[in-house]
Design a protein around this ligand. Structure first.
Ligand code: DNO
Length: 395
């Protein structure tokens, strides 16, 4: 498995030479400065790739080549947006970059209510509190329908949180929910978010699936021609929020996507943390089921509460058996080698990490601290080494 590391580009507080010291060899990045829907120019891709190579690393995965919201909404004439997406893919392929991660979550990307929840042993983690999310929806955005989207106890807990919260606490909650929006994306305040949600009025699950299928039909044949592999990132959290449907949350959804266009170019990013936040998902089982179409892995763990809240656990702690999951991915690599595939290696990155030790002072992207991820990577490296170690051969 190829050890990789997410780097946010030249504005990232963590430099490429620091990443090299973590032992990772692959870089996962994007041209975050380019607005959604525009073509990624050849020269900019080539320059970014050259900088990464000069640092002794390699750009192995694009995360993400974002899909414009208009495509998700099926809004108007989309031909220019599809053409631009294909052109960006061609420009990436020309530089030998062939794996593209993207998501199909409407409006918000990953969503948390707390960016610095305390961890018992010190440091902090990302947390999703269902009552706080319900409070934001019901009391801060005035979405009355949200009362029916949550269990009664959660609605009551949301009310209590809201009554007890200060203006600062509410602003903090809004800030946390916005933090998942990547790079150049606008952040919203409550009114902005309400206006953005309005554009999605009436969009249900089947309409979103229709728009997704159209995207796949437009893009996957071009990816095949270019020898590229797209891999969709699951929804995080894997459930509807803000009344917006989410359609990449469980085995049934992933089956639907992979069947919608049955091609190796239409693949999956196995994100253990996103999938693991749904109590019905057995992540190792999902990994086994979709192994042959998995082109990228995000390894991270979550600990879930009964009310649907969850927080990010250390990589080897939490509810997902990370050793079993890693074994599935290693078995898949072995299978690919057995059938003679050249490109058998699965790049993975230690996804998110606790803020530990000096991390807080560095003010990196939420969820992406240096020391916390380094700890995660080191632990995962140990698991991989242990599982790959052929004891008899070494005696
Ligand atoms: C969160 C990330 C996601 C991911 C996108 C892919 O930490 O895993 O933001 O990059 O959903 O498009």
């Amino acid at each position: 498995m190829k050890e990789s590391w997410r780097w946010y580009g030249p504005l990232d507080k963590i430099t490429l030479s620091e990443i090299l010291q973590t032992g990772a060899s692959g870089i996962v990045t994007a041209l975050h400065e380019i607005p959604y829907g525009e073509v990624w120019p050849c020269e900019t891709i080539a320059k970014r790739k050259a900088d990464i190579l000069a640092a002794g690393l390699d750009w192995v995965v694009v995360e993400s080549l974002p899909i414009h919201e208009r495509i998700k909404r099926g809004d108007g004439d989309l031909s220019a947006l599809f053409a631009n997406y294909r052109q960006s893919m061609a420009n990436l392929a020309a530089e030998g970059i062939r794996t593209i991660c993207y998501n199909f979550m409407p409006l918000l990307d990953w969503t948390r209510t707390d960016l610095a929840a305390p961890v018992a042993t010190g440091g902090s983690c990302l947390r999703f509190s269902t009552p706080k999310m319900a409070a934001l929806e019901i009391h801060m955005l005035g979405r009355e329908q949200a009362r029916y989207a949550y269990p009664a106890e959660v609605v009551t807990a949301a009310e209590s949180w809201f009554q007890a919260s200060s203006d600062e606490g509410r602003a903090q909650l809004m800030h946390s929910v916005m933090a998942g929006l990547p790079g150049a994306f606008d952040r919203y305040d409550a009114d902005g978010l309400k206006a953005a949600l309005k554009l999605y009025d009436g969009l249900d699950r089947s309409a979103l699936r229709r728009h997704y299928k159209r995207f796949l039909d437009e893009i996957i044949p071009a990816a095949e021609d270019l020898g590229m592999r797209l891999c969709v990132h699951p929804d995080d959290p894997p459930r509807d929020i803000l009344g917006l449907p989410r359609i990449v949350s469980d085995a049934g959804d992933i089956d639907w996507i992979l069947d919608a266009v049955d091609s190796p170019a239409n693949g999956l990013t196995l994100c253990a943390g996103s999938l693991g936040a749904n109590p019905d998902n057995d992540v190792s089982e999902l990994a086994r089921r979709f192994a042959s179409r998995t082109w990228f892995a995000h390894l991270r763990n979550v600990r879930k509460d009964a009310d649907g809240s969850f927080e990010e656990a250390a990589h080897l702690a939490g509810d997902t058996d990370m050793v079993a999951l890693t074994a599935v991915l290693l078995e898949e690599e072995a299978r690919r080698r057995r059938i003679g595939e050249d490109d058998w290696e699965i790049p993975f990155r230690p996804d998110h990490g606790h803020e530990l030790l000096d991390d807080a002072a560095r003010n990196t992207h939420p969820g992406y601290p240096l020391i916390g991820r380094l700890r995660g990577l080191a632990e995962l490296r140990g698991v991989i080494a242990g599982l790959s170690h052929d004891w008899k051969e070494r005696r």
